[in-house]
Design a protein. Structure first.
Length: 611
């Protein structure tokens, strides 16, 4: 029997490595921009065509490469950033594995132009699918110019599974934001299909955050700073009023590297537990400076998961720093300088005698105990006065029939019925402004009123979208919504579909959108808040944005318009809500998979009471 184990060719090995490192066009942008930063670039330009499908170009003014380095950089595990295994625990660069360029060259057509400052001419290198095509001298500026064309041209299965251009471009913008936020000293530009989407000059951290996410966020940030022997933490955390259910900008950076860390996220949110509604998140931009030997970056190919040696002490330091930032914010009185259009209220001056104090006319002869004669109009008694007292003491009408056959209608005894309980429904009872309880044959049914209304509204909105029955409620005063570049991309792709459901939104350019109308029925919801919720839901979608927008759009509108927790309902409102719920296609679960109701069995009730 012959041997069956064989060594894979380099081209196949590179494609396997590319499957982990290069997942989509956003991965290419991330790797090339990080390489430019490691090369000391002060200006980085990113140009994409068709969301990276056709081409991705990254131009920097870094140190550049020699002829030999340019050729060797595309070999697997060829790197200038580490020399020994011990260097993995003393990293000062973004890259270190030497896999990125080899992985990119394995699944795309690459053209590199690079020159060092001391060289008179640069180098032009072309590679296609890991195959070397040519190398020649060329005239070019100092730095490197990578042009990646036809990504996944030789891996059609990977190219087929790429999402729509709008989705892939949104992923590129997300990766780009993570890099620019931690490198404010570098000038960045971003172009898509010939249009400039971002121009970020070198500045400070706070101004870089404002440049990326808009001026609105500047009023929502609280400074954060603490320096200990374990780590140095700085950055910004949002005010309690900046909390939102979806779409909160939350970023952790350690040693200028973006990371995801659920444990530290809890440390930030713990001080806000009693300040923001449950389920909402506050924005934050937090930067850690830790000794490289105290962290391990080499865990995941994307390098976004980082292990800390002193995780629990750092958690406590972070939570204390956030609590201190909130405390300082509460100690400072809020001063509102927006006084345009407000009435001029004079300041009281006790020494100024020219202005007389206001006087209230009184009648000193008035006696509240003195009876005054009633006019004939007030003393006239209606003929059917008895009807006004029907149901006041145990004479109430019988409740409406239940919505299902197994509904019990137990009538309390006359002796146990007081004036307070007399007007309660015999079918439904509201508990703590959140739950509707109703008796069924099998026991006691408990319904979450917010989730029930969410299910009802979701199906109503979906039906209206299908039948195109939306009416528009035009706003008397149109509102302006400011979006970040990533949000603006999503918003532009949604405008046509938003108009189909009753929104009237116009693109005012520069990331601003004018809201002139909203769907009828959601007037009580702030239009800007509603659209931000819809954008946040669309950003987390997978698949074709235009085709799949119906579900998140209906769900976002239902969440915004559903009965809030704690709202007191009348008997008629509870009956109407329950009837509508049991007319839905799914009465047990919300559209996002949460339980709506449960039944406490009669046997369980009797067991708890010891019957």
């Amino acid at each position: 029997m012959s041997d069956i184990i064989q060594l894979l060719p380099d081209s196949v090995a590179n494609q396997i490595a590319a499957g982990e490192v290069i997942q989509r066009p956003a991965s290419v942008v991330k790797e090339l921009v990080e390489n430019a930063l490691d090369a000391g670039a002060k200006t980085i330009n990113v140009v994409v065509v068709d969301a990276g499908r056709t081409s991705i170009q990254v131009i920097d003014d870094g140190v550049g490469m020699s002829v030999t380095d340019a050729r060797l950089s595309f070999e697997r595990h060829a790197t200038s950033k580490i020399r020994t295994a011990g260097d993995l625990f003393d990293l000062h660069t973004m890259g270190f594995r030497g896999e990125a360029l080899a992985s990119i060259a394995a699944v795309a057509q690459v053209e590199l132009r690079t020159r060092r400052k001391e060289d008179e001419v640069g180098t032009l290198l072309t590679i296609s699918g890991s195959k070397f095509q040519g190398q020649e001298p060329v005239s070019c500026p100092v730095g490197s110019n990578f042009k990646i064309e036809n990504l996944f041209f030789n891996v059609p299965a990977r190219r087929k599974f790429l999402k729509s251009n709008s989705t892939e471009l949104n992923n590129i913008m997300t990766a780009f934001e993570r890099i620019v936020l931690v490198n404010p000293q570098v000038t960045f530009t971003f172009h898509s299909n010939g249009a400039e989407l971002l121009h970020l000059p070198a500045t400070g951290r706070r101004q870089r955050i404002v440049d990326v996410f808009g001026k609105r966020i500047n009023q929502e940030l609280l400074p954060l700073a603490v320096d200990t022997s374990l780590c140095k933490i700085s950055g910004f955390v949002g005010k309690p009023e900046a909390a939102r259910k979806k779409g909160a900008h939350q970023f952790f950076f350690v040693n200028n590297r973006y990371m995801k860390h659920a444990y530290f996220n809890k440390a930030v949110m713990t001080p806000f537990e009693r300040l923001v509604p449950q389920g909402e998140q506050v924005p934050y931009f937090i930067y850690f400076e830790v000794a490289p030997s105290d962290i391990d970056v080499n865990i995941h190919p994307t390098k976004t998961e980082i292990k800390f040696e002193n995780e629990q002490p750092i958690w406590q330091v972070l939570a204390a720093a956030v609590k201190e930032a909130i405390g300082k914010f509460n100690d400072v009185p809020s001063i509102d300088f927006d006084t345009y259009g407000r009435p001029d209220i004079p300041v009281y001056n006790p020494h100024h005698t020219d202005v007389s104090s206001p006087r209230v006319p009184v009648n000193p002869q008035y006696n509240p105990f003195k009876q005054t004669p009633h006019t004939d109009h007030h003393s006239k008694i209606p003929a059917n006065w008895q009807d006004l007292y029907v149901g006041a003491r145990g004479e109430q009408e019988q409740p409406a029939p239940g919505l299902f056959d197994d509904m019990e209608t137990t009538t309390p005894s006359v002796e146990a019925t007081s004036d307070i309980i007399a007007d309660k429904s015999l079918t439904h009872y509201q508990y703590k402004g959140r739950y509707i309880m109703t008796a069924v044959k099998s026991g006691l049914m408990i319904i979450d009123q917010h989730r029930a209304h969410l299910r009802v509204l979701y199906e109503e909105y979906k039906e209206k979208m299908t039948q195109r029955k939306w009416c528009t409620q035009h706003l008397l005063f149109p509102e302006t919504m400011e979006c970040s570049p990533a949000e603006a991309l999503v918003m532009k792709g949604m405008i046509d579909q938003l108009s189909d459901v009753g929104f009237v939104v116009k693109d005012s350019e520069d990331g601003h959108f004018l809201i002139e109308g909203i769907p009828a029925g959601v007037e009580e919801v702030a239009p800007v808040q509603l659209l931000r919720t819809i954008i946040a839901s669309a950003q987390t979608m997978s698949g074709e944005l235009q085709a799949d927008l119906g579900d998140p759009l209906a769900l976002s509108m239902a969440r915004a318009a559903a009965i809030p927790v704690g709202q007191v309902l009348t008997n008629a409102e509870m009956e109407n809500l329950v009837n509508k719920l049991f007319g839905c296609s799914n009465v047990n679960m919300t559209p996002d998979g949460k339980m709506i109701l449960c039944i406490l069995k009669q046997e369980e009730i009797e067991r708890m009471l010891g019957l």
